[in-house]
Design a protein around this ligand. Structure first.
Ligand SMILES: [Zn+2]
Length: 352
């Protein structure tokens, strides 16, 4: 078929302009007001696309959760997850992370993790709509205000949404070239409190019990448990490590050690459903002559850990490629915008 002259095309310049608009609105997780400014922006854009919106007011000092659903499609569809918060404090945009392009790299606070990914998902749906197309399945976009601190106020919502969907696409940053994520380690969060005994450091040194010394010993003990080789059987290790942490005993005499915490994100393991979804993504990437790979078990949890643990086929790391997540050199690669947007567009279009 001859190419139509005015047929809309994915334009990476246009994608980048849209990403930059989101990045310009700085949104640290703990600043609900700031996060809600970007939520307003995204809400307006999805409203213009004709999606059904629900905005769930934030609590505990976090921003609002935004849910956008296509008005078409029935039954279980595709859940697209993205977070709108970043780890960078307000003002980074004027300091280390000025928005700028240097060669293929485009810098900005949260551009890689993960405003680029969120915007790519929006652009993908908009691209289908302006081509006069629809997705086969209904699509729900869920924008999270506090993923970077473990999604404490949105986890229940994410899990409830996931249960009603057939697939989950997570727009977290892409990895090392043409790679996506099909498994992640679990994440635990623990707080250790150590109580020592005060004494004069010069006169009665021997009577004192240093809490700092005890803490230092404990840190070395915990560090000593690092075992890269065992990353592979994560599910059992999650239970084992939680038990181990919660039962840590004092090392020195006469000190008290208290541990609180537990697993925050369950491990995300590549099962058959995930492998099949990944195969589909690979086939799409081949349409543009590229080879999609998945990274071996990665650290750093995401909301994909929640959905995968519920057995929902989850593909993560679908956002832009780049590097420096959470760092002062955070950047995306401009050259990844076209293939990544194509991948997301075709996944939305073809998943059934
Ligand atoms: Zn992220």
């Amino acid at each position: 078929m001859a190419e139509l002259k005015n047929e809309p095309k994915i334009d990476p310049r246009e994608v980048l302009e849209g990403i930059v608009e989101w990045v310009t609105i700085e949104s640290p997780s703990h600043d609900a007001k700031a996060v809600n400014v970007v939520v307003d922006k995204v809400e307006g854009q999805f409203r213009d696309l004709g999606l059904k919106l629900e905005r769930i007011p934030g609590r505990d000092g976090f921003g609002d959760i935004l849910e956008c659903k296509t008005p078409w499609g029935e039954g279980k569809g595709i859940l697209v997850l993205a977070h709108l918060d970043t780890v960078h404090p307000i003002g980074m945009i004027e300091k280390d992370l000025k928005i700028r392009q240097e060669g293929d790299s485009v810098f900005g606070p949260g551009i890689y993790d993960m405003k680029a990914g969120g915007y790519i998902a929006y652009y993908a749906l908009r691209h289908l709509i302006r081509q006069g197309k629809k997705t086969k399945l209904p699509v729900t976009f869920l924008f999270i205000p506090e993923e970077e601190v473990g999604s404490p106020t949105s986890r229940t919502r994410i899990e409830a949404a996931a249960r009603g969907h057939k697939y989950c696409l997570v727009m977290e940053p892409g990895r090392d070239g043409d790679k996506v994520v099909t498994s992640r380690k679990g994440v635990g969060r623990f707080v250790m409190t150590v109580k020592g005994r005060a004494s004069h450091a010069g006169v009665r040194h021997e009577d004192g019990r240093s809490a700092i010394l005890e803490m230092a010993k404990q840190i070395l003990r915990i560090e000593g448990r690092t075992d890269y080789n065992r990353g592979i059987t994560v599910q059992k290790i999650a239970e084992e490590m939680t038990h181990w942490f919660l039962n840590l005993e004092p090392i020195g005499p006469d000190v008290e050690v208290r541990i609180e915490g537990g697993m925050n994100r369950p491990p995300y393991q590549k099962d058959t459903g995930i492998a099949q979804l990944f195969d589909k993504a690979q086939a799409i990437y081949r349409e543009i002559g590229k080879d999609l790979k998945d990274v071996p078990l990665t650290g750093g949890g995401s909301d994909g850990n929640f959905t995968a643990a519920l057995g929902i086929p989850t593909l993560d790391g679908l956002g832009a490629d780049g590097k420096g997540a959470h760092a002062a050199y955070e950047q995306i690669y401009y050259s990844s915008l076209l293939p990544r947007t194509y991948l997301c567009t075709r996944l939305l279009e073809t998943l059934d």
